[in-house]
Design a binder for this molecule. Structure first.
Ligand code: 76R
Length: 266
């Protein structure tokens, strides 16, 4: 029996990606500003309740100069981060040009497909199987590292883009049987695994939260690995046939103490 059902998902931290352009005369003026930015990020980076914030210097982002990435356990904490930045001295020198809200997500395609093979979706047995698989996945280190990602040290380069799976006649991801979606995601994962140690991906779901369906945040040691992996994935069916992409933002992470250098401040 065909199963056009949603995969079970697990969620972790909420994510906010913010793009800002800076008023350069204000931002690069000597004294004060870079210190304040450093202080602000020292404070944001060490989120007491969990999560973290990172500043990224954007390159070629059409007028945006910086991307701030924030992960926090609750929407309320993200709202606080947003206000802290907006009302800071630093926030006053910057204009928000784009923002994206999502939540870290692990899609349990394989477990959902297996459960759909064994039991009728909607049945009590199906629900029990999904609950059992979800609990096991939620406890695994692999899944936890996707839901509560660590800042990948040594991976200085960042790429962020929102994406959606296509819904067109004959090319509708959501009309596929979950077993077919599971197969395509396995193929996708195999390509991804070839980049182990070179690319770290954070997948955040945004259906019902923002305009696209996922946010893709990639970290790399070599920016050319973004080009390589995204090119390679374009040939995987999941991306070739069903992927639709938003704008790409590429940049370089930097530590709070590097604000002075980033601003070219004396
Ligand atoms: O094995 C696993 O636990 C994870 C398998 C996996 C999932 C479920 C995986 C692996 N991804 C998953 C989900 Mn991914 N990913 C992207 C992009 O540019 C493109 O064509 C697509 C952008 C990249 C570059 C990438 C990299 N992935 C997703 C989803 C959610 C889809 C859904 O639920 O329907 C999206 C939108 C997405 C997009 N993926 C990997 C990678 C890499 C490097 C891996 C291997 C990582 C690892 O093994 O930890």
């Amino acid at each position: 029996m065909p199963s056009q059902i949603a995969p079970a998902t697990l969620e972790g931290w909420y994510a906010l990606h913010q793009m800002f352009s800076i008023d350069w005369p204000m931002g690069s003026r000597a004294g004060g500003f870079a210190e304040q930015a450093a202080e602000l990020f020292e404070q944001l980076t060490a989120a007491a309740s969990g999560g973290w914030s990172e500043a990224v210097r954007l390159v070629g982002a059409g007028g945006a100069d910086f991307m701030f990435i924030h992960f926090r356990p609750t929407l309320e904490e993200l709202a606080e981060v947003q206000r802290t930045i907006a009302t800071s001295e630093v926030g006053r020198a910057m204009t928000l040009t784009f923002e994206y809200l999502s939540v870290t997500e692990a899609g349990l395609y394989h477990a959902t497909a297996e459960a759909a093979k064994a039991a009728d979706p909607g049945s009590e047995e199906f629900r029990a199987k999904i609950a059992e698989a979800s609990a096991a996945e939620a406890a695994s280190a692999h899944v936890r590292s996707r839901l509560y990602p660590e800042v990948p040290e040594g991976m200085r380069y960042v790429s962020f883009y929102p994406m959606t799976k296509r819904r067109a006649v004959e090319q509708n991801w959501y009309a596929l049987d979950v077993r077919e979606r599971s197969r395509l995601m396995r193929e996708h994962g195999m390509t991804g695994r070839r980049y182990a140690g070179r690319i770290f991906q954070v997948i955040t779901g945004s259906v019902g939260l923002d305009d696209w369906e996922w946010g893709v945040t990639l970290f790399a040691r070599d920016p050319l690995d973004f080009k390589r992996i995204v090119t390679e994935m374009r040939y995987d069916e999941a991306s070739a046939v069903y992927g639709e992409f938003g704008r790409f933002f590429t940049g370089i992470r930097f530590a709070p103490r590097e604000w002075g250098a980033m601003l070219g401040a004396a």
